[in-house]
Design a protein around this ligand. Structure first.
Ligand SMILES: [Fe+2]
Length: 383
């Protein structure tokens, strides 16, 4: 038995921001990041649509990349003053993740971050407000997942809050909002989408519901990511990548991820390597490693007219290269001495990462270490 949890409503398609007009409520707070949603007019449009629905709105702005717990407290204070019955995360993943955490503090002001990080510890939400997510980047799928990542800068730690309570009530997947994403962001976030599809498809609790979404997303990424890189103004390709991100998000929020993410969380936190870029470097070797216990990569190879896991790993490398992302951690610029000094800690923390639990092959410490080293050197593993 298994359950499948996604938002109640997902509006998708170019121009679907307009569906904000259908919301029911009295007052909305929009949580946004920097100035891009102001500059490209989507904030104004969103507020106009809310006004058409007779919903008053106010804005909490300035959520930074990798949002901090301090930002969450400030936003929750603002939301508490405003008393909305709708909270809207509008913008990149950081704005939406921060808005989700603010929502918890609005509903339960005495919450403690240390308690919230225990899996599925969030108490029932929606006593005061519903949550709407409107992403302007195609990557994490946070608009449909029960996940919010908050950073405690003092402790230098990222806290994932995991709970199906955090799954938004409404998601709006409008590719027009992604049109201004810079090329390197499009490349990295697109490869993150691919990694969500591939890891969800190979998850040790995968099922046919999530397989269909994961496989569909992978197919769309291979067909469309090179196009959006070459033609950033191609709105149909933007919408397709936005849909792929949402589909991969729906899959992985239900069956979780594997050791690509376990290792990527560590190299991202330690060396600041962009998440999608790290994932793309790690993915081919993880496919090789896992292919000793699962034949699922052969299905994925078949999508591309190939037949073996090794061929699929190669196709992932080719896609990475075609969107201009480097092929090894050394090439990314991580210093060899620093790498050697930190490798054991990275390995230890990757072993403890919750994603490791869902990897199809249970890794040993020495195996994770060897995969990391091979990805540093840009070599293929053979075990
Ligand atoms: Fe990811």
């Amino acid at each position: 038995m298994a359950k499948f949890i996604v938002p109640k409503e997902i509006h998708h398609g170019l121009g679907s921001l307009e569906r904000l007009k259908d919301l029911k409520g009295k007052k909305a707070v929009l949580v946004i990041g920097g100035s891009s949603v102001r500059k490209n007019g989507s904030l104004e449009r969103a507020q106009n649509y809310l006004a058409e629905a007779n919903i008053e709105s106010s804005v909490f702005g300035g959520v930074e990349a990798d949002p901090s717990i301090d930002t969450v407290y400030k936003g929750a204070e603002f939301i508490t003053q405003e008393q909305p019955d709708v909270i809207i995360g509008l913008g990149g993943c950081s704005a939406i993740d921060a808005a989700k955490a603010m929502w918890i503090y609005y509903e339960y002001p005495d919450s403690k971050l240390e308690d919230l990080v225990a899996p599925f510890a969030v108490k029932p939400l929606r006593n005061k407000a519903i949550f709407v997510a409107v992403p302007s980047t195609s990557g994490t799928g946070t608009e449909v997942t029960g996940l919010s990542v908050i950073t405690d800068r003092e402790k230098g730690t990222k806290y994932p809050i995991v709970s199906h309570e955090l799954t938004p009530d409404v998601a709006i997947i409008d590719g027009e909002l992604c049109a201004s994403m810079p090329t390197h962001v499009t490349g990295n976030t697109g490869l993150d989408v691919l990694s969500h599809g591939v890891e969800a498809y190979a998850s040790n609790i995968a099922d046919r519901y999530n397989d269909a979404l994961a496989k569909g997303a992978i197919d769309l990424v291979f067909k469309n990511l090179p196009t959006v890189i070459k033609e950033p103004n191609n709105l149909d390709a933007r919408q397709t990548m936005h849909d792929a991100s949402c589909m991969a998000g729906m899959a992985f929020t239900n069956v979780w991820l594997g050791i690509v993410h376990s290792m990527s969380h560590q190299i991202g936190g330690t060396f600041g390597i962009p998440h999608g870029c790290g994932n793309a470097i790690l993915m081919p070797n993880v496919i090789r490693f896992n292919s000793k216990v699962t034949d699922k990569y052969e299905d994925l190879a078949a999508l591309l007219g190939k037949s073996t896991a090794e061929e699929f790993a190669q196709e992932v490398s080719n896609l990475r290269e075609s969107v201009g992302v480097v092929g090894s951690l050394k090439e990314y610029g991580i210093d060899a001495i620093e790498w050697e000094a930190k490798l054991d800690t990275l390995t230890e923390n990757a072993m403890k990462d919750p994603c490791t639990l869902f990897n199809p092959r249970k890794p040993k410490f020495e195996e994770i270490k060897a995969i990391l080293q091979a990805c540093y050197d840009g070599e293929a593993i053979t075990f």
